[in-house]
Design a protein around this ligand. Structure first.
Ligand SMILES: [Zn+2]
Length: 205
């Protein structure tokens, strides 16, 4: 963004406001209105803000554009989450705080947090438990480092070939990559009850 909306333009020569305001227009207005009229609208402080429309397609296109830039392979079957993660891995060893729109993020459920705590305590987790934990953390938008920290806390040993984490906290394990690339959902409450991880009394949904 070049200017902050609804602020005055300042003359570079005099450092005084020029009388023109940085004003938002809709695409429709720009297409249908003459430049004089638009300019006249910008001479008054309107205070209006046009809400942006989030577009999944635009997000997808932008992410793919960045993937091309960093030579990251992408196909339609790769999820946004997975690709963002690959970009993160490609661009730095320090985790960026990218955030995906809130509608994709689901905080971990209480029974899953308890499952993680139990498994850390006993230093063991089954493959099925790990799938439950991993899909939950990915759905919650956890980054590689956070996921690494949790599985490493359970096993307290190098990631090895199991694929839940690698020796590099910033590089996701194979299983985590798979969950992200397929955009696998977290387990349903019904399934968790069947697995004796959740109960009817649990407040989760
Ligand atoms: Zn529950």
């Amino acid at each position: 963004m070049r200017r902050i909306v609804n602020t005055a333009y300042i003359s570079k020569l005099t450092n005084e406001p020029t009388g023109v305001w940085c004003t938002q227009f809709t695409v429709d207005e720009v297409m249908k209105t003459g430049i004089e009229e638009l300019y006249a609208m910008a001479m008054e402080e309107s205070g209006r803000v046009i809400p942006s429309e989030p577009s999944k397609k635009a997000l997808r296109n932008f992410v793919e554009f960045v993937c091309d830039y960093y030579k990251i392979e992408h196909t339609v079957s790769y999820s946004i989450e997975y690709l963002l993660n690959k970009i993160d891995e490609a661009t730095s060893s320090i985790s960026h705080s990218y955030s995906i729109s809130n509608e994709y993020i689901k905080p971990p459920r209480e029974c899953i947090i308890k499952l993680i705590e139990r498994n850390i305590e006993r230093g063991h987790s089954s493959h099925e438990n790990n799938n439950v934990i991993a899909t939950e953390l990915v759905a919650a938008g956890y980054k590689n480092r956070d996921i690494y920290f949790i599985f490493n806390s359970i096993y307290d040993e190098p990631g090895g070939d199991w694929g839940w984490y690698t020796d590099n906290p910033n590089k996701a394990g194979r299983q985590i990559d798979l969950i992200r690339s397929k955009a696998l959902n977290r387990y349903s409450k019904d399934k968790l009850i069947q697995m004796n991880i959740c109960t009817d009394k649990c407040g989760c949904v």
